[in-house]
Structure formats: C-alpha cells, structure tokens
Write a protein that binds this ligand. Structure first.
Ligand code: ADP
Length: 484
C-alpha cells in the first residue's frame, strides 16, 4: 500500500489567523526516509509571512482567546484531544511516512499528543493565584496572566508530540502560539489546525508556518511580539535561538538533547536491564533526546550482559516505518552521514566495534538506514561518548564498582536523563542524587509520561515541560497589593 490518499490529504499551506494562506513562492521538499523519495513540496514562510502569523497570534491574545472563559477553554482542549484520537489512524500513517518511525511508535506518539491536550485541559480552569497576608491594612493577591504570543520551534524526531507538549499548556494558560515544525517533518503539524477548528479554537490562537530554520525559524524567534520561545533541538541552534530571544527579552524553554547514561550494576535484574537498554537506544532508531546512548556496566557482569546484548541486536530487522520494523530509517541523508562520521572517527581513535558500525542497504529500500551499533569505549573522551549522535549507536563503558560507574555516568557536558538498574535501593537513590539530569529512571528507562516534568541541566538546557511544571513557562505572576 502506498498511502497516497493520507499523504495527499494534508493541506500544505501555512495556517494563519484561522485560514490557509496561499503564499506561492519558494517550497522545500519533505522526504520519505525509507525510500529517499519526496513526499511533498511545502511552501516556505518568509519573513513577511512570519510577521503575519505573529501579528495574528498577538491580536488573538487580547481578542478572541481572552474572550473565552477558562471553563470553555478547558472544554475546547478536551475536544482537541478527542479530534486527534478520532483521526489517529491517518495521523499515525502520515507521521510514520514523514519521520520514518515504526507505525506502532507513531501510534503511541499520536495518543500521547491527544493525552497532552487532555491533561492540560484539566488545569485550564484551575489556574488560580494566591492571597498574601500583609496585616489589616493591605490586601494582596496574585494574578496568573498568559505570557503572550509564544513561538514553538519543533524538532524532527517527535513532530506532533513535541508540538502538543508545548502547545497544550500554552493554550491552557491563555497564551497564543506560532508553530514552526522542522523542515524534515512538517506534515502532522500542518494537520493540527483541522482539529483545533473543529474544537472551536478561535482564529489566530494557533498559527502554523513552515520553512528552514534560517529562513522561517530565525525571524520568528527574533520577532519583537514573541514573548516566549519553546525550543527543542541541537545545542548549537539552541544557543543561536537563545541569543536572538535575548535581544528582545523573550523568555525561553531550551530542550537541547543529551548523552544519557544507563548504569547496570551487577545486582540488577538482568532481563529487565537488557530490555531497558535495548529500548533506551533503539526506540525511533536512537533519534530520541532522552535516548540511553551510553551503557555504563559493572565489570563483573559485563561480559555475560554484552554477549546477550549483541545476540539480541543481531536479530533486529530493518524496514520502512509502515511495516513496523525493529529499526526504521534515520530521518535524512545528512543525519545518516553524521552518524557514520562519528562512528568511523571513534573506531579510528580506538573504540572497539562489538556489532554494526556501517550504513545499511536493506533490500528494496533506497532510504537512509544505519546498522544498530555497539562501541566499547574505554576512553571517556571518545567522540561517540561525548557527542549526541541521534542514531542507533550505543557506547559501552566498563566500571570497576558503583563509585566508578557514577563517575563515568557524569563524564559528559549533558544532563538530560540518567538511568540505573540495580536491586539495591540505597545505591539507586544515591545515584539519583549524584547524577546530573532533569529526570532519573530507576529500574525502568523512559519511566513516567505526560504527567512527569521533563527537561535538562548543563548543555541539555533549562526549563521544564510536561506535568504541572510545564505550565509555568506560559503565564506570568502579577501581584496586586492594595492599602485599604
Ligand atoms: P538538527 O540540526 O538536528 O536539524 P536543529 O536544532 O538545527 O536540529 O533544528 C531544530 C529546529 O530548529 C528545526 O525546526 C529547525 O528548523 C529550527 N532552526 C534551525 N535553525 C534555526 C534558527 N537559526 N532559528 C530558529 N530556528 C531554527
């Protein structure tokens, strides 16, 4: 099956002020990563179109969106969740084709996207402030006010789910939004307006514009009427976005990826640890900010564990996302070359290849595949240990004992996630204290979900998304104090 009808059903024009805007002009291609063929040519929003979108969001902030009561806002967000669920099949197919990810993972992403709207719908009418006791001569209270028009710069690894993660709390808090999906994966964000409209979200509250980062993302972030930028992407681009937001004093949420360790101690349940390590690195072919891309394992159990790991990896099969393979393609040719470059350089510098290590050419598929790879790296300075690869590449570091494992876990400049498998609760909790990261997973990698705050420290960024913490980016606190 080609799924042409799903792909052709996507309206590619930017969505501004409640309408599809026919802009003509330049386009950019979005590809099917499994075959390397073009799925669509999508219109590029230039600076003038970006300006229209931001102006629409700024008008809606004081106009249409401000006029909707919190209770009605809540009901609208519940309806958005329902509309996404009603169209989950079509959304999953489009996401799988555009990003290359296995269909089962795309389905999980779409359900999680709906869940974000449902979760934040529940808080939209409960965002109340405090009263502050100042004695008999004063009354003081706080107002939670929407932060303003917000920009959402979206990465290509989790297109719709990252959009929903920032958009749902923004809308719950009464803010408005301009969404700029990644140029590799714009399609599901372009479908979102269908659900918002059916749910009754007023014109201008959410605007979707597409284009390359330098052409469309940069003027969006630089726009003086953007009050907050929610960014997920690479460290280098994040720094540029931060500097641009700073020029007009916009606040930011920066989710900049990681190089997250999974520590396996000798007393761990090895079956659970093996399942966890496999999932941590091979979900979405390793293209996950919070991927567990570094195995840190205690020496006494390392040989047996690595034998089992390599044997499991040798059973993994490739395929296009829609056929639900173990490993799908990576998102672009550029990404494939980056993975290959880091692996090759690391092997040349002395890392030992335990399995994989090369570009793959599965029969009948002309796209961008990389073999699931394990590299034993005794030197923590190895490029593959230090650089975020965003591919199916796991490094292994051998630790003499718990303290050494903690030190190895801490050997990078990132701090997004750290995981540990052990049956010793004291060691697990000591690790939770020691490890840098916005979240620590004990005995289940990727534990938690929409409800649990997520974000980084160090080069992984700052600010928190998800959970009630995720709301805080989207409102300001105004204190009103009266002498009476
Ligand atoms: P990658 O290098 O993996 O493609 P990026 O961090 O460059 O990741 O991209 C993440 C998102 O940031 C994408 O939506 C991209 O278009 C956008 N982007 C890239 N450069 C800029 C920029 N200068 N300003 C704003 N957004 C940008």
């Amino acid at each position: 099956m080609t799924y042409q009808s799903e792909i052709h059903s996507v309206d590619l024009d930017p969505y501004i002020d409640g309408r599809r805007r026919k802009i003509g002009g330049k386009t950019f291609p979005t590809y099917d990563p499994a075959s390397g063929t073009v799925l669509h040519e999508v219109p590029v929003a230039d600076t003038a179109v970006v300006d229209e979108a931001v102006e629409a969001a700024a008008r809606a902030l004081k106009g249409g969106w401000a006029a909707v009561t919190p209770a009605e806002r809540s009901r609208m967000l519940f309806r958005v969740a329902q509309e996404i669920r009603n169209d989950a099949e079509r959304l999953s197919i489009v996401e799988s084709l555009d990003a290359g990810k296995p269909l089962r993972e795309a389905k999980g992403d779409i359900e999680t996207s709906a869940r974000y709207f449902e979760y934040y719908a529940g808080i939209a009418d409960k965002m109340q402030g405090d009263t502050i006791p100042l004695g008999p001569d004063f009354i003081s209270f706080t107002l939670h006010e929407p932060i303003g028009a917000t920009a959402h710069i979206i990465p290509w690894n989790f297109p719709l789910v990252t959009t929903a993660r920032g958009l749902a709390p923004a809308l719950a808090a009464g803010a408005t939004a301009v969404i700029k999906p990644a140029e590799q994966t714009p399609l599901t964000a372009l479908m979102l307006p269908e659900y918002l409209e059916r749910a009754g979200v007023p014109a201008g509250v959410v605007n979707v514009i597409c284009g390359p980062g330098a052409v469309t993302g940069a003027p969006l972030v630089a726009h003086g009427k953007i009050a907050h930028v929610t960014f997920t992407g690479s460290v280098a681009t994040g720094k540029a976005v931060l500097a641009s937001a700073a020029s007009h004093v916009a606040s930011t949420t920066m989710e900049l990826g990681g190089k997250s360790p999974v520590v396996v101690l000798a007393d761990a349940n090895m079956d659970a640890a093996l399942d966890g390590v496999m999932k941590a690195i091979f979900t979405n072919a390793g293209q996950v900010c919070s991927a567990g891309s570094r195995l840190v394992i205690e020496r006494s159990c390392a040989d047996a564990f690595l034998d089992r790991l390599v044997a499991r990896i040798k059973t993994l099969g490739f395929g296009r996302g829609l056929d639900n393979p173990d490993i799908g393609p990576v998102v672009s040719h550029q990404q494939l070359l980056k993975i290959e470059g880091i692996v090759t350089a690391s092997v040349a510098a002395g890392a030992q290849l335990l399995v994989g290590g090369s570009v793959a050419h599965p029969e009948g598929l002309g796209g961008w595949f990389f073999e699931p790879t394990v590299l034993l790296a005794s030197d923590p300075a190895t490029l593959a240990v230090q650089e975020e690869i965003f591919g199916p590449v796991l490094t292994v570091q051998i630790a003499d004992d718990f303290d050494h494992a903690c030190a190895l876990a801490e050997c990078t400049d990132f701090g997004l996630v750290a995981g540990i498998y052990t049956s010793d609760i004291s060691k697990a909790l000591r690790f939770a204290r020691i490890a840098s990261g916005g979240q620590i997973f004990i005995n289940q990698y990727f534990a938690g979900g929409v409800e649990t705050p997520f974000g980084g420290v160090k080069n992984s960024g700052f600010g928190r998304e998800k959970g009630l913490e995720g709301l805080k980016s989207y409102y300001t606190v105004k204190t009103v104090t009266a002498r009476i």
